[in-house]
Design a binder for this molecule. Structure first.
Ligand code: OSB
Ligand code: MG
Length: 368
């Protein structure tokens, strides 16, 4: 195909409730959607970056700039290309994985629509539905947290992930275990809020039989995670530290993680995400699909990815209504704790124009 141009659509969708993590509180999701026009048709992409560079170094304004000034022009200059070639064509630009992932996703969608093939089929899906967990933010009080968890369990979520930080860790975990019992699949996510000096404190989570503790230490502290593992019974899972299949292989070899959170944006796209899956599967390391509070577009692709065989743990692939009153696509709805994998061509979903118009705050057409 050839790239004709890309529409960068800024979107702001209010969240049903503020979402608090160790890196900050989000009241609304402000993100970038991409609509590519190619010689074989249109495709949609979504960028996982959030407004401030506090989860990773990327952020919405920066993504917009790098797409506009570097990535889109580069693909335009490439002439004829395929979705498989997008990664290599953009490789001379360092980093900016979420920006690259969004562009590759949109190009993949266009290509797959033209070939009448689904994301799930391309990636190697082996399931029609995926098991879903939910990520529960830091709350003002333990009773509030218990109410929220009760609601999610009633809704059918199969796994609970509690966001933690120093001062909000052992007590909320203990409270959830006491109230809901030992059978609930429970895990925690620190988003880098601890240091190795907290090893003894984090070992106090061991008695609660957690599935995993996600990213306790700094993104760059892979060796620190390996050292920490010697102090913990709870398996360590890496999120922020895993930026490619190579870094996943390194972390596994170092003994820094026993589980991996796969987020397509963080690793530069769905094709690299599949390679992360493959590397982990080859080492017997279970993976699960993380999330960046996606709209229905990113959610559709995430659900397709989560239907690969190595995704043996429930993902942060929640229903649309967990975050949004109105999604930009038809909403993803929880059925018995699962979401259905889209089967239509490409992503299998498209934005509803009126919905998109309601949440769009700016549009920029970038000719290639
Ligand atoms: O660390 O997994 C994370 C949301 C934004 C940024 C980082 C993270 C998260 C979540 C929620 O935990 C994931 C989701 O439900 O989409
Ligand atoms: Mg995480």
């Amino acid at each position: 195909m050839k790239l004709v141009g890309v529409e960068l659509i800024r979107v702001r969708i209010p969240l049903v409730a503020p979402f608090r993590t160790s890196f900050g509180t989000q009241e609304a999701r402000e993100l970038l959607l991409l609509r590519v026009e190619t010689s074989v048709g249109e495709g949609w992409g979504e960028c996982g970056a959030i407004r401030e560079p506090v989860y990773s170094s990327e952020h919405t304004d920066g993504v917009e700039q790098v797409l506009r000034d570097f990535l889109v022009p580069e693909l335009g200059r490439a002439g004829e290309f395929t979705a498989n070639a997008v990664g290599p064509l953009l490789a001379r630009f360092k980093g900016h994985r979420m920006a690259k992932a969004a562009l590759e996703m949109a190009v993949l969608d266009a290509e797959l629509r033209a070939h009448d093939q689904s994301f799930a089929s391309l990636l190697g899906s082996t399931r029609d539905t995926v098991a879903c967990g939910v990520s529960v933010g830091i709350m003002d009080s333990v009773p509030r947290l218990l109410d929220a968890v009760a609601g999610y369990l009633d809704a059918g979520y199969l796994r609970i992930k509690l966001k933690i930080q120093p001062g909000w860790d052992v007590e909320p975990v203990r409270a959830v275990r006491e109230r809901f019992g030992d059978d609930v699949l429970l895990q925690v996510d620190a988003n880098t809020a601890y240091t190795l000096a907290d090893a003894r404190h984090l070992a106090r989570l061991d008695p609660f039989d957690l599935l995993l503790i996600e990213q306790p230490l700094d993104e760059e502290d892979v060796l620190g995670h390996a050292d920490l593992a010697a102090h913990l019974r709870t398996p360590i899972c890496l999120d922020e530290s895993i930026v490619s299949a190579r870094s996943a292989a390194d972390a596994i070899r170092l003994g820094a993680c026993r589980v991996v959170n796969v987020k397509p944006g963080r690793v530069g796209g769905y094709l690299e995400a599949r390679r992360v899956h493959d590397v982990c599967a080859a080492h017997g390391v279970p993976v699960w699909c993380g999330g960046m509070i996606e709209t229905g577009l990113g959610r559709a692709a995430n659900v397709a990815l989560a239907s690969l065989p190595g995704f043996t743990l429930p993902g942060d692939t929640s229903a649309s209504e967990r975050y949004f009153r109105f999604d930009v696509t038809e909403p993803f709805v929880l059925e018995d704790g699962h979401l259905r994998v889209p089967t239509g061509p490409g992503l299998g979903v498209t934005p509803i124009p009126e919905r998109l118009a309601e949440v769009a705050t700016g549009r920029l057409w970038v000719r290639s």
